[in-house]
Design a protein around this ligand. Sequence first.
Ligand SMILES: [Zn+2]
Length: 220
Amino acid sequence: MFAFLFLSSRRKDETGNITSENNPALTAKITLIRDAFTAKLNSLGFQTPNTPKIIIKNTPAIISYGPEGLTIPNWETLGTEEKNTFNSWASQTDKGFTGEAFFKKSFNWFFVVHELGHYVQNLKGTENGPSQYQTELTANKIAIAYWKEQDLDGLNAYMDWVNAILNVIPQPNGTSQEYYNAHYIAETANINFNGYFQFYFVQQAYLDIETLKLSDFLQP
Ligand SMILES: [Zn+2]
């Protein structure tokens, strides 16, 4: 499994029988993002077979890409524990945004392309290497390279929120590549560890915004 965003501490027996939702409005929104991104890839000469199916479903992984498709969460039907976590993080910043707004901007916008970055990695056969840290960082570099061309103002506004959120999520004991690769499996159920690192990877990817080019990630 790769491309999880994070797992909550919610026990499996409390998740019940999770089924995908019929949610035409959210499906349409995600479809627009997916199709614009794949059209961009095609315009750069990168073919996009097996375009991921869109599944609206709340899972412990929050958002993911895999053989089944692109699994996208819905705030309206999200579990209370996850909602509380995002509301708590948002309320501790001084930016005035809500947990709902941050969640939707993250998982119904920015990270849709992060997950499609994993789809690109999958097509190239690079999704497993050289390390999980690099796989995640590269997915965010793909997302930054794409969003800076499509919506730079939206991206910069989102980065302001990401930077603020990183100041309030409890920090792991290290942020190095070695630390992450050594601990991420043991910490899969730690919402703070995974939340911190995923937004940290976004922040790190953004450092290279001036030089990031989508076409650079599409070479064989
Ligand atoms: Zn990922």
